[in-house]
Design a protein. Structure first.
Length: 104
């Protein structure tokens, strides 16, 4: 009987996982930019951001940075009036949303 020496096999070094990249966008889906001034997008994958590219027709919630129960809101420079601290909007074009605290 012959004995063969056992050699410790080195296990292959695992390869690093590739960094996640953005999913390729569907060329048939139109994306627009929503930008918040003195506010943040709240909820969903856009939560906490002040700017995001979203598909046309995306419904987002926007929360004012000010800790005030009522806020004056402007969308694309047009005053939409005094509302609560969070508003919901459907984004269909490039949009800038700005929050102004109500000062009593």
């Amino acid at each position: 009987m012959t004995y063969e020496p056992l050699f410790n096999k080195k296990e292959a070094t695992p390869t690093k996982k590739p960094k996640a990249t953005e999913k390729p966008t569907d060329p048939q889906i139109k994306y627009v930019t929503v930008t918040c001034i003195k506010c943040k997008i709240s909820g969903g994958t856009y939560g906490g951001k002040t700017s995001a590219k979203v598909p046309v027709g995306t419904k987002i919630n926007v929360t004012a940075n000010e800790n005030s129960s009522e806020v004056y809101w402007e969308i694309n420079g047009s005053n939409i009036g005094k509302k609560g601290r969070t508003i919901t909007r459907t984004i269909n074009s490039n949009t800038t949303i700005e929050a102004f605290p109500v000062i009593n």
